[in-house]
Design a binder for this molecule. Structure first.
Ligand code: SAM
Length: 229
């Protein structure tokens, strides 16, 4: 029997229109979908009138579920891997499944699409031909060490940060790199999308006047880069 394939499908990061035709067709064509949270994926599937068997995989169940997913694909079923938002495996689950698929000589196909970091970089106005993607830095242990290490980095740096730690991150950046320009993007592609730029101190002053909600991408401009309007 011919093996099935595993398609790794990028989904929107907020605006449900941000999905490619190929992604929709793939989700329609596969036998089943592997996701992070069935409630989140079902919102997308409902919007595009796709009815499919869903399996959720998380850190708790992955060692039990992944082998059965691999065996279904080996037996001829085709599958799609999605995450709650954006590109799977970019600060999201999926790596173990893909690794095991490759080990079992299952064809892995990427269906490209939205990614919060790349979108933020592309509209930052910064020279971003070369950058460092850090994703989420440690929440507690190792956080200060990581920030100290990053303060020596001259390239543009991109972080993901949650609403709970965005102010803390800016306070820390104010200590380590008070002179660098930082851009904070909030709720990209969504109704209340906005961004702020300035030094960490200026951004803290701006955020102090706001009720902070949503999802954030933080970009630190390259060392010695100055706004030049
Ligand atoms: N896989 C996703 C991607 O391709 O961008 C990232 C998933 S990661 C678990 C979620 C983090 O990405 C959020 O905490 C936030 O830092 C960032 N993010 C995702 N969507 C965003 C959005 N619409 N606006 C700003 N940041 C976003």
């Amino acid at each position: 029997m011919e093996k099935g394939k595993l398609s790794v499908v990028a989904t929107p990061i907020g605006n449900l229109d941000d999905i490619t035709l190929r992604a929709i067709n793939t989700l329609k064509d596969v036998d089943f979908i592997i996701c992070e949270d069935t409630r989140v994926t079902n919102i997308l599937l409902k919007r595009y009138e796709i009815k499919k068997e869903l399996f959720f995989v998380n850190a708790q169940n992955e060692s039990r579920i992944i082998p059965s997913i691999i065996s279904r694909i080996e037996n001829g079923c085709s599958a799609a891997l999605v995450s709650d938002a954006g590109t799977p495996c970019i600060s999201d689950p999926g790596t173990r499944l893909i690794n095991l698929a490759i080990k079992n000589e299952i064809e892995v196909i990427g269906i490209p699409g939205a990614n919060a970091a790349i979108l933020a970089l592309s509209i930052s106005g910064l020279p971003v031909d070369s950058f460092l993607f850090e994703g989420f830095i440690p929440q507690k242990k190792g956080r200060q060490k990581k920030l100290k290490e990053l303060s020596q980095e001259s390239k543009c740096i991109v972080f993901y940060e949650s609403v709970y730690r965005i102010k803390k991150l800016l306070e820390e950046l104010n200590e380590y790199i008070p002179e660098r320009i930082i851009i904070v993007f909030r709720e990209l592609t969504k109704k209340f999308e906005e961004s702020w730029r300035g030094t960490a101190k200026q951004l803290l002053e701006t955020l102090d006047k706001k009720i902070i909600k949503g999802e954030f991408v933080v970009i630190i401009a390259p060392q010695n880069w100055k706004e030049n309007f």
